[in-house]
Design a protein around this ligand. Sequence first.
Ligand code: SDX
Length: 435
Amino acid sequence: MTMNAKPAGEAVLRLPDGTELKLPMHQGSEGPAVVDVRSLYKQGRVFTFDPGFTSTASCESQITYIDGDEGVLLYRGYPIDQLAEKSNFLEVCYLLLHGELPNEKQLTDFTRSITYHTMLHAQFDRFFEGFRRDAHPMAIMTGAVGALSAFYHDSTDIADPRQRMIASHRMIAKMPTIAARAFKYSIGQPFVSPRNELGYADNFLRMCFMVPAEDYEVNEVLARAMDRIFILHADHEQNASTSTVRLAGSSGANPFACIAAGIASLWGPAHGGANEAALNMLAEIGSVDRIPEFIARAKDKNDPFRLMGFGHRVYKNYDPRATVMRKSAHEVLAVLGIKDDPLLDVAMELEKIALVDEYFVEKKLYPNVDFYSGITLKALGFPTDMFTVLFALARTVGWIAQWTEMIEDPDQKIGRPRQIYTGAKTRDYVPVKKR
Ligand code: SDX
């Protein structure tokens, strides 16, 4: 993608030796302007240094916009709360992939294409047999999605737009089937095939919770909650796993391998693994009266403990997804008749305390999307080790949209960061007898 941003003057960088480097600036449609440092090394033989990318724009994108200070999240310009309320996950998938909401025919065609890609190659089911029954479902997802390129090599030519589209639809369609199989395998129940007459979330819940011994009727309120959770997790700008997918894709790796790399990155507890970690933390706290002890630990510099589900690199305000997630948690618990969920009591009290505690206020640590999702997912019947799998299922469309945007950028080149080297200078080899 060529720079669609507008020129915004230039920055002048003066080096200690007096050299002045002129760097063009660009302004996007929203958000901070950027200093274009692409010519920096050529001009001044110096690098920028930004290990955590706290001040670095790695790419130009038109997919998702976050204003961390205002707690704003837009998918192709549409606010997340409106999409969560009024749209559905497959329509949001179309929006993220194509940039516009679909008309009725486009939505019907897209839905049909996804529906008719939900089945897996019959031999793929044997792939799961290679895992131990107690394998973490994220380990299975990472392996299984990487293995898709072994089964669907007819859609791995990234230069062919048609193959890119087929691979994209295959992954969006097959992630629920793979995720449900990872769950069924871990609990020793038979796999359930997808049904074409069911909606995306309904199909997934049925593949997870139906047993051959009896009929299974999907609860529409729970399916709507599941669909909304997928919408909330669908994309989130250049987060760690999306950046992983872009970097892997920049080498020309096939789309299945790139998404598998994204799944691996999402697994970390600082990222997508936080929903599992947040629920485990709530269980460890156990009761409202133990909250002060854990808040003290979170503040203690010598204690690595952090309040999981709190804080965010970008949001220095309430994560707008957490607001929707919180409402959904109450709705699901009410439908299921779960009156006094001790974990929810602990979560509500923890949130109340953290939002007034000066440590969290000063560091702008608000609940993020992972704080309430665990409570809802547990109420829906998922074990904690499936939580990040559901995050990966939903985020697949975001990864694919970002990967496609990168591949279609005519200026795209392999990502190859540099470093500041502080290791040993050149020295001669010393034979072992002389060491
Ligand atoms: C996701 O990037 C994305 O968009 C991710 C995501 C997406 O949709 O893709 O939004 C999904 O990953 C949400 C975040 C889920 N992770 C967690 O809930 C884990 C707990 N949160 C932290 O690990 C942390 O807040 C991060 C990793 C999320 C953000 O870390 P940063 O931006 O690198 O901030 P930091 O670690 O430098 O923390 C700043 C300060 C530090 O104190 P000081 O060193 O300045 O004294 O805040 C403190 C931290 O110690 N801090 C916390 C804290 N998070 C940060 N202290 C206690 N509890 C916490 N949760």
